[in-house]
Design a protein around this ligand. Structure first.
Ligand code: DX5
Ligand code: ZN
Length: 216
């Protein structure tokens, strides 16, 4: 079943508890936490204390932490200790991707690898056995509210054709209207920011998104 992972980057920072409770009550599957270091991407967002607070408030909710950082290797243990369920790093980091993916699993989290829009699917191929999830960025990372880039969609199928058996996740510009394009290419997890935090009825939106993934 398609998993819906609201990106808390799109939440109202002054009402994070109310906004996340609203989406938890609306039936989302995960919370996606976009961590940005103002260097790897031109924005600065959350630290591990937000993950700790989310874990305390929602003990059962999977926390899908997306590290858009140059040096994620220095932060694996602190995000794992804060309560991350999974940690995703980028294939474009200067460090040793295989080593960081191993460190994420050693810390007890599922390991994800993310590809920026201009990074080809081939960049993930050396790491398929080390990753539990592949996050396809469908916008240039850094800001919510952007338009999905259609040229990123072929990567979903390319991963499956190369034998990747983990979860395929997409992040950026996902809406009810374009979700079918990703579902038909094998999407497992949809990261949705403004499309869920800025809607009157998130429960209805989540139901409609899930219905798109039902057979027939
Ligand atoms: C970009 C961010 C956004 C966010 C999703 O780095 O990661 O993609 O999560 O925001 P929307 O759904 O508004 O594009
Ligand atoms: Zn993200």
């Amino acid at each position: 079943m398609l998993k819906i992972a609201p990106s808390i980057l799109a939440a109202d920072p002054l009402n994070l508890e109310a906004d996340t409770r609203r989406l938890r009550d609306a039936g989302c599957d995960w919370f996606h936490v976009d961590v940005m270091d103002a260097h790897f991407v031109p924005n600065l967002s959350f630290g591990p204390e937000i993950v700790r607070a989310l874990r305390r408030r929602y003990p059962e909710m999977p926390l899908d932490v997306h590290l858009m950082m140059d040096n994620p290797e220095s932060y694996i243990d602190c995000f794992a200790e804060a309560g991350a369920t999974g940690i995703t790093i980028h294939a474009e980091i200067p460090g040793d991707v295989a080593e960081v993916l191993r460190a994420i699993r050693a810390a007890g989290c599922y390991a994800g690898l993310s590809l920026k829009p201009d990074t080809p699917a081939e960049a993930a191929m050396p790491y398929l056995s080390l990753m539990d999830l592949c996050l396809i960025m469908t916008v240039e990372p850094g800001f919510g509210g952007q338009e999905l880039r259609l040229d990123t969609l072929p990567k979903l199928r390319a991963l499956r054709e190369e034998g990747f058996t983990g979860l395929i996740e997409a992040d950026g510009g996902l809406k009810l209207r374009n979700l079918p394009l990703l579902i038909e290419r094998g999407l497992d997890v949809a990261v949705i920011g403004t499309g869920l935090f800025r809607t009157e009825d998130p429960a209805e939106k989540i139901r409609a998104m899930r219905a798109l993934a039902l057979p027939g």
